[in-house]
Design a protein around this ligand. Structure first.
Ligand SMILES: NC(=O)c1ccc[n+]([C@@H]2O[C@H](COP(=O)([O-])OP(=O)(O)OC[C@H]3O[C@@H](n4cnc5c(N)ncnc54)[C@H](OP(=O)(O)O)[C@@H]3O)[C@@H](O)[C@H]2O)c1
Length: 246
C-alpha cells in the first residue's frame, strides 16, 4: 500500500476545487505539500480542526514548465490537475488555450519530470509518481467539445508515452485519474463534492491502483479500462522505442 507519510507531493491547479481538496486530504496523510498555482493570491488552507496546513506555494504559468526543473528534483509525486473548460467556444484562440492548458502543458511536465528523475536517480526511495487528471471526457461527452478534444489528446499522449516512461523499465509510476462531474468553478453543476473525489482518489492510490476512476456513471468503469487496454495494444503494436532515448 502506498504511504504518503513524508512524501513530497506537488499539485498543479492547486487553488482550484480539487487542488485544494487533494492538498487537504494529503496533509491528513502526512505528505509534505507543494502548491503549484498560476494565481498570485496566497493559498491558505486549514485542516478539519481549523489549523493552518503548511505548504510551499510556487507560481508557474503554462509554457514555463522548465522553470520547475529544480523544484521537481525534490518531488516524489507530481499531480497534474490544472484544467480549463470553455463551454460553447470554438474559436482558434479558445482551441489553442484548451490544448495548451489541458493537454500540452501537462504532457511537457510529464516529460520534464521523467527527465529530472532519470538524471537524479533515487535508489533508496519509492519510484516517483505522476498522477494525471484526464477526466471522463476522455471517452464520454462533457457537453464541451474543446474540453473533450483537449482531454482526449492528453489521454492519448499519456497512453503512448507510458509505454516508455512507466512500466518496469520506465522512470515513473503513472496513475490516470478519470473523474466524473464534481462541483467546482470549472463545473458548477457537478454531482459529486471535491472532498469526496479527493478522498476516493487517495484511497485508490493507496491501494496501488493505476487507473483511478471516481464517477457515478457505471459505463465509465467498463469503457475506460477497455479503451485504455485497446489504446495500449494499438500504440505498442504500431510504434517502437527509439534507441538511447526515453
Ligand atoms: N469539475 C469536474 O466535473 C471535473 C471532472 C473531471 C475532471 N476534472 C478535472 O479536474 C481538474 C481540476 O478541476 P476543478 O474542477 O477543480 O476546476 P477548478 O476549480 O476550476 O480548478 C482548475 C484549476 O486549474 C488551474 N488553471 C485554470 N486555468 C489555467 C491556466 N490558464 N493555466 C494554468 N492553470 C490554470 C487553476 O488553478 P491555479 O489558479 O491554482 O493555477 C484552476 O483553479 C481539471 O483538470 C479538470 O479538467 C474536473
Amino acid at each position: 500500500m502506498t504511504n504518503f507519510d513524508s512524501c513530497k507531493v506537488a499539485i498543479t491547479g492547486a487553488s482550484g476545487s480539487l487542488g485544494r481538496a487533494l492538498l487537504q486530504a494529503l496533509a491528513q496523510q502526512g505528505a509534505s505539500l507543494v502548491a503549484l498555482t498560476s494565481s498570485r493570491e496566497p493559498l491558505l488552507l486549514q485542516d478539519s480542526a481549523g489549523t493552518a496546513i503548511p505548504l510551499e506555494q510556487v507560481c508557474w504559468q503554462c509554457g514555463q514548465e522548465q522553470e520547475l526543473r529544480q523544484l521537481l528534483e525534490r518531488v516524489d509525486i507530481l499531480v497534474l490537475n490544472h484544467g480549463i473548460n470553455q463551454q460553447q467556444l470554438r474559436s482558434a484562440s479558445a482551441m489553442s488555450l484548451a490544448l495548451e492548458v489541458n493537454a500540452l502543458s501537462s504532457w511537457r511536465l510529464l516529460e520534464l519530470f521523467a527527465e529530472v528523475v532519470q538524471q537524479n536517480p533515487r535508489p533508496q526511495r519509492p519510484k516517483p509518481e505522476v498522477w494525471i487528471n484526464t477526466s471522463e471526457a476522455e471517452i464520454q461527452p462533457a457537453l464541451s467539445p474543446l474540453y473533450e478534444l483537449s482531454k482526449r489528446l492528453l489521454g492519448s499522449l499519456v497512453s503512448l508515452r507510458s509505454l516508455d516512461l512507466a512500466g518496469a523499465r520506465g522512470p515513473l509510476r503513472i496513475r490516470r485519474l478519470v473523474l466524473g462531474p464534481f462541483r467546482s468553478r470549472l463545473n458548477p453543476i457537478g454531482v459529486m463534492g471535491p472532498k469526496f473525489v479527493a478522498n476516493q482518489v487517495i484511497a485508490q492510490a493507496r491501494l496501488g491502483i493505476g487507473l483511478i476512476i471516481v464517477t457515478p456513471n457505471p459505463l465509465t468503469y467498463v469503457l475506460m479500462p477497455l479503451n485504455t487496454l485497446a489504446r495500449w495494444g494499438y500504440f505498442k503494436l504500431m510504434t517502437r522505442p527509439s534507441p538511447g532515448q526515453l
